[in-house]
Design a binder for this molecule. Sequence first.
Ligand code: ADP
Ligand code: GLC
Length: 495
Amino acid sequence: MNKLNILLAASEVVPFAKSGGLADVAGALPKALKALGHDVRVVMPRYYVVDKEKYNLQPLQGELGVPMGSMGKAWAGVYEGVLPNSDVPVYFIEHDGFFGRKGLYDENGEGYGDNDNRFIFFSKAVMQLAKKLHFRPDVIHVNDWHTAPIPVLLNTTYANDPDFKNTGTLLSIHNLQHQGKFYKGAMDVLGVGWEHFNMHELEEYGGINLLKGGIVHTDAMNAVSKKYAQEIRTPEFGWGLDGLINAKAYKLYGILNGVDYDEWSPAIDEFIPQTFDNDDLVGKAVCKEALQKAFNLPVRADVPLIGLVGRLAEQKGITLLSSAIWNLMEMDIQIVLLGAGEKWAEHFFSDVATKYPHKFGCFIGYKNDLSHQIEAGSDMFLMPSLFEPCGLNQIYSLRYGTVPIVRATGGLDDTIQNYESTTQSGTGFKFYDATPEALTGTVKWAVDVWYNDKEGFEKVRQNGMKQRFDWAEAAQGYEDLYRHIIGGRLSSVHQ
Ligand code: ADP
Ligand code: GLC
C-alpha cells in the first residue's frame, strides 16, 4: 500500500510541552505511524517552556507569513526538531507575542484573554507551513478546539489551493468540555467570511465556537474511546453539541488511545527506585516503601496505598472525592495525591494532609518523575472521573500492577474489567453512580479484597499487568481511518 503524508497538529506534544493526555497522544501516535511506513510530521507552538537547546531545535530559513484577517499579517519563526528516539520531524511555530509566555493556555488559573487569536494564528500557521515545506498532506490530523479551525480553513480559504487538493481531515476529540468559545469578533481574524457565522457552522448563542466549526467541516472525527464516542451523543456528556454530533454520527469513530511502553513500563522505568515486572514484584515493594517515605507516611507494607495523579478539575471527580474523603480516612489505608488545578481543591486536599498526616499525602504541582513513582509504588489507583474520554493513568496503572478503582465512564469503562470473585477475573474495581457513597463503597470493596482475599487481589493485579494497549494497534486503526477519509474525498471529487 502507498505511504501516506500525514500532518498532525496539536497544542501540546510530549516531551516538549504537556498539560495532560493530549500531549502523550501527540508524542506517541506519530512514532507508531512512522513505524507503519508513513511520512508523518508534527506541528506545535513554540511556547516559552519548549527548551530549544535541550532538544536541539534548529531554525528553518525564512519567516512564515500568516494572514490574520483584520489583524493584518503576522510573522512566525519556525524551528525544527524530532520526536525523541525517532526521526519524526516536529515543527515549532514561534511568535513571541502569542507564545512567549509562561503558560500554555493560562496563568494562575486564568485563561489568556487572546486564546482565540493565539490558536487561530497557530491553525493558519500550520497551513502556511505545509505550503512552505512543499509537504502535501493526504490527511491533516487535528486535535481538540485549538486546531479545529483547520478543517474550516481547508474548506474555505484554501478550498481551491492546489497544495491541498485531496487533503482530508481527521479531528480527534480528546475533551468535549473545552470548545474554544469566544466573542464573535474572532470571525474577522479567522477571515473565512461572515456567511460561515451561522448556527450550522461556527455560531453558537451569538458567539463563535471553534470546535463546532471543526466538527461540521472535518471529514471524520475520533473520540478516543468507543464508550466516549457513544456518550457524547447524549445531553449528559454532549456539552450542548450532542445534537450536532448525532447529526454527524456517520463520521464519528472511537479509536482507543495506546500507551508508550518505552515511557511507562516498570521493567525499564528510570524514574523509579527499583524496576520490577509481573514475574518479580520485589521492586514494587521497594517502590512502595520509597513512596511512603517521600510523603512522610508511616512505612508499612501491611496497609494498602492508593495513588491519585491528575489535573484537579471537576472532570476528574474531585468534588466526589472531597465528599468521600472523611469516610475514606476512617479506613486503614493510605492515600497519596499528585495534582494541580482548581484552587479550592488544592487547598482542600492540602488541609486533608495536615489533618491526617499518617494517612494522606499530597503534592500540589506538576511533577513527571513523581507521577511515575506513584504508579509504581501504589497498590491501587483511584480515578473517580465524572467523564473521561480515554484516560491514560488507569492504563499505566495496569502495567505497574497498581489495581485501578474507577468510575465506569468513557475510556475508564472500556479499559477496565470489573473484578469477579467467583472466577477471579477482571482487572480492577468499578463503580457506576457518581456519588460519594458509590466511590466509598467501591474503595471499601477493593480494600477488603486486598486485606482478606490476597489471592484474588494478586490475580487481578496479574491480569492487569499482562494487558497491553500498544500504539502499534491503535495506529493501524488510524491508518485505516485515514484511508477511508481519503477514499471518501476522492469519490466525492469524481462524482
Ligand atoms: P487528561 O488528559 O484529562 O489530563 P489523562 O489520563 O489522559 O488525563 O492524561 C493525564 C496525563 O498527565 C498523564 O500522563 C498523567 O500522568 C499526567 N499528569 C496529570 N497531572 C499531573 C501532575 N500533576 N504531575 C505529573 N503528571 C501529571
Ligand atoms: C483528554 C481526556 C483524557 C484523554 C486525553 C488523551 O485530556 O481528558 O481522558 O485520555 O485527552 O486523549
